[in-house]
Ligand binder design. Structure first.
Ligand code: FES
Length: 156
């Protein structure tokens, strides 16, 4: 075999291997080529299905003042009873610069741990960022529904 023929055959062989690998990967069982309209970005954490985020009430929100985060949503309990009005679901990160938001139950407010902006449980701003530039906005409050032990927020 001449050198030129060898190189050509090598190139064809590599192309066949690459094509085979790609076809194998793309043709895996169950892959229809259609994107999943409801991907779960964090299957190990709080449940998420598209624009909804769910958490267990008994596991994380059993008592008044309890709070938990899942998939960008901060849930907190403001009253007894397992009805939607007993809970608030809002953004987990501050609109100012992304600090963590926390529910301070004994002070009845949400506070940012980065520049201490404060919000009511309904999301209204009561104090803007401290010792820094910029402003914040009202928090988004997500609607919630309860099924059994699960509270689900619809993120919009
Ligand atoms: S990031 Fe929350 S007040 Fe600045």
């Amino acid at each position: 075999m001449k050198r030129e023929e060898f190189i050509k055959s090598l190139g064809l062989g590599v192309a066949m291997v690459c094509t085979g690998a790609c076809m194998s990967a793309c043709g895996s069982k169950g892959d229809t080529g259609t994107p999943n309209p409801n991907p779960s970005p964090n299957p190990g954490g709080g449940g998420s299905n598209g624009n909804t985020v769910s958490v267990s009430i008994s596991g994380k929100l059993a008592n008044v003042g309890d709070q938990t985060r899942a998939n960008g949503v901060l849930f907190f309990r403001i009253a007894t009873g397992n009805t939607p009005s007993s809970f608030v679901a809002t953004e987990a990160l501050c609109p100012h610069q992304g600090g963590n938001l926390n529910w301070l139950n004994n002070q009845n407010k949400v506070q940012c741990d980065l520049h201490q902006s404060e919000y009511t449980s309904a999301g209204a701003v009561t104090q803007g960022p401290q010792n820094t530039a910029g402003s914040t906005r009202a928090l988004k409050i997500y609607s919630t529904a309860i099924t059994g032990d699960t509270i689900t927020a619809t993120v919009s």
